[in-house]
Ligand binder design. Structure first.
Ligand SMILES: *Cc1c(COP(=O)(O)O)cnc(C)c1O
Length: 445
């Protein structure tokens, strides 16, 4: 494969963009693949190389790179009418009605412009609503590039996880391990009446993919209710992907007080949203006293793309298709791993998948879940599969980045470049794409 133009573009980019990119995960080694255009489930790079694309924009692209006709024409017509107004439009009301109709916890919703903006606003809202300052987050959880959640460590010893964040933010943020009910009970015992909210991804999806163990979200729900804190599900990545139009909260049967959205809800355009009980959401200005505002919020083109995308999914076999391809991939990869490398764990659900290079595995690989780790205590892999963000961080992460990802790319299969970001199937992908990908896994693993 020739990469001359990608290399030359990266060279130019490095002179004018820090690290040559506008989002850190894109700076893949030795240089990023510059994309020229998409085609269904594929992308074509600047040198004309074609890849099966499982990155899917890191989550937003439920339809891959070819939009269904009604979605395409909604975008075209709203863009042609003039991009935005700074006044309300009918389409944002329609999109809000659609989301409220389908997502169990949502009565009212505020649209914003990114997942980060959604979680920033959710934290401010929870603090304003409860009159408390502290938030509990999961070690290895991700809620975007915001001060209150970029905090690592333990409730006893915590610190900002990046330069540029004052220590004072870490004072108010309590990181606990995911899937550890005891740690959650302890943090509430120690800080119960100071905790405004628990922020949790229903499935850790930015640190490998870690599914919840049985009863974990119910425990968080009960602790929040008992102590007057809000349970916030960050569904920026799982929203309208896991559990179909009801989102992950409907799949797990646990109703949060607030839900943050992003990615799929904007149909491929910049978006975020905070939904929940009307009584809480209405504390946002202008109906309430928690300031929240945005020039581009509820952007008509984004609202049209998001609403047409979800409506199309409601009327077609979109989730059946993406979930079936996800299962075929996870089962196929699990079979390949069983033959060659029992120390790998296949993770994911619905249209999400990833392989974690766990360092150990069970002797009896036949007694394992076939369709991706579901944290079933009956599975032979239960003691080896990741339960927390730390378990994923302890996997052979270099192997993914330096060897596996590169070799898959050389075979025309584009995966997310590190061990932590997950991968997605789309409506545009086909069984042939799955076959081609499994063939590459067979050669590389
Ligand atoms: C992607 C993501 C975010 C951040 O969203 P941006 O649109 O990148 O700001 C927040 N939370 C979760 C769970 C995400 O996956």
């Amino acid at each position: 494969m020739n990469h001359e133009r990608s290399r030359a573009l990266y060279d130019r980019a490095l002179s004018v963009l820090p690290g040559g990119v506008n989002s850190s995960v894109r700076a893949t080694m030795p240089h990023p693949v510059f994309v020229e255009r998409g085609d269904g489930g594929h992308v074509i790079d600047a040198d004309g190389n074609r890849y099966v694309d499982w990155v899917m924009g890191y989550g937003p692209l439920l339809y891959g790179h070819d939009l269904p006709e009604p979605v395409e024409s909604a975008i075209q017509s709203y863009a042609a009418a003039g991009p935005m107004y700074g006044a309300p439009t009918e389409i944002e009301v329609e999109h809000a009605e659609f989301v409220a109709r389908h997502v169990p916890s949502v009565e009212s919703i505020r649209f914003v412009n990114s997942g980060t903006e959604a979680t920033v606003s959710a934290v401010r809202l929870a603090r304003g609503y409860t009159g408390r300052d502290k938030v509990v987050v999961m070690q290895g959880g991700y809620h975007g590039a915001q001060e209150s959640t970029l905090v690592e460590g333990t409730p006893e010893r915590r610190r900002p996880s990046t330069a540029g964040i004052p220590e004072a933010f870490a004072e108010h943020t309590l990181p606990i391990p995911f899937n550890d009910a005891e740690a959650a009970a302890e943090v509430f015992e120690a800080y119960g009446d100071e905790i405004a909210a628990v922020l949790v991804e229903p499935i850790l999806a930015n640190k490998g993919i870690v599914a919840p163990v049985d009863g974990y979200h119910e425990t968080l729900r009960d602790l929040c209710t008992d102590h007057g804190a809000l349970l916030v599900f960050d569904e920026v990545i799982t929203g309208f992907r896991v559990g179909g139009l009801g989102c992950a909260q409907s799949k797990f049967g646990v109703t949060p007080d607030l839900t943050t959205f992003g990615k799929v809800i904007g149909g491929g355009f910049p978006v975020g949203a905070i939904g929940g009980r009307a009584e809480v959401i209405e504390r946002f200005t202008p109906s309430g006293d928690v300031f929240q505002s945005g020039t581009f919020s509820g952007h008509p083109v984004t609202m049209a793309a998001g609403k047409a995308s979800l409506e199309y999914a409601a009327e077609h076999d979109v989730y059946d298709h993406v979930n079936r391809l996800g299962r075929l991939l996870r089962e196929g990869i699990a079979e390949i791993c069983a033959e060659r490398a029992p120390e790998y764990t296949v993770v994911g659900t619905d249209s999400m998948f990833k392989t974690v290079f766990t360092r150990e595995g069970p002797d009896d690989v036949d007694a394992c879940c076939a369709g991706g780790c579901r944290q079933s205590p009956d599975c032979a892999r239960y003691d080896y599969c990741p339960k927390t963000g730390a378990d994923v961080a302890n996997a052979a992460t270099d192997r993914w980045e330096r060897v596996f990802w590169q070799e898959m790319k050389d075979r025309g299969v584009l995966l997310t470049a590190n061990q932590f970001e997950c991968q997605f199937t789309s409506y545009a992908h086909t069984e042939a794409d799955v076959e081609e990908t499994l063939e590459a896994y067979r050669e590389v693993l």
